[in-house]
Design a protein around this ligand. Structure first.
Ligand code: SAH
Length: 237
């Protein structure tokens, strides 16, 4: 059985504290413990405690972050949950495939959920490397937030029993490493005239999608950044 201790659940701007408590309970039933809240509307609140039931430890151990970037920066991958397909998104996986992929990565991973009212914003989706959907009735596919957490937690629990531990050679790049690479690419693309920042080009989304398919190692990110540095400031031959 693969350990679930590296799996994190991130709730972005949850508005109902009851859902925070119910999400903590959903996690606890499936052996997850790392709950993060990004800018919750009302927290702490008694409704959260009522719905957490026997998962008060998960609720009380949760951490609050000001931004999504802060909540996932040390993870090797973040999985955005959305009921809505999007025209532009990172690679799309169903929840079962995503659970197996996440546990095979060999590092901390985050599953990121949106607000009850509007779901995740586009820039939140693009801060993640995968877009995950829970297959559901096409005419009514939006689950309650805590119920969506329950389905993800269940799939992770089931996958943990069957996914072989990954034999990685190098250390996986973290979200923070990747963000550094994207910022560097953008600087190089704008500086060289390749990208006009006003053009409304989808270049940024494209390279995020490209690199998220590769499961880069930290060393590989360093090679790419070293090359960018050399191209930006060529040494005389
Ligand atoms: N009204 C929102 C949905 C909010 S449901 C919308 O239209 O996007 C709250 C959160 O639960 C979503 O942001 C998403 O993270 C998760 N969720 C609900 N149903 C889902 C589904 N079918 N697949 C994946 N995630 C889902």
């Amino acid at each position: 059985m693969v350990s679930l201790s590296g799996v994190r659940v991130v709730l972005c701007r949850p508005s109902h504290p009851g859902n925070i408590g119910a999400a903590a309970r959903a996690m606890k039933t499936m052996g997850l413990a790392d709950l993060r809240l990004v800018a919750p509307e009302k927290h702490p609140a008694p409704e959260a405690q009522w719905l957490a039931a026997n998962a008060l430890d998960v609720l009380q151990g949760s951490r609050v972050h000001a931004s999504l970037a802060e909540a996932i920066s040390d993870c090797v991958a973040a999985f955005a949950l959305s009921a809505r397909p999007r025209e532009w998104s990172p690679q799309v996986l169903d929840v079962r495939t995503a659970a197996a992929r996440a546990l095979g990565l060999g590092g901390k991973v985050a599953f990121v959920f949106g607000t009850e009212r509007a779901g995740l914003e586009n820039d939140e989706v693009f801060a993640c490397q995968y877009l995950v959907h829970i297959p559901a009735n096409p005419t009514s596919s939006s689950l309650n937030l805590a119920q969506a957490v329950q389905v993800v937690a269940y799939e992770l629990f089931m996958a943990a029993g069957s996914v072989p531990a990954r034999q990685r050679k190098g250390r996986a790049a973290t979200v923070e490493d990747l963000d550094g690479l994207y910022a560097h690419l953008e600087q190089a693309a704008v500086g060289s005239g390749f990208l006009d920042p006003q053009s409304g080009s989808r270049l940024r989304e494209r390279w995020r999608r490209l690199f998220s398919r590769l499961e880069l190692e930290r060393e590989e990110v360093n090679i790419l950044r070293g090359l960018l540095n050399a191209l930006q400031d060529p040494r005389p031959k």
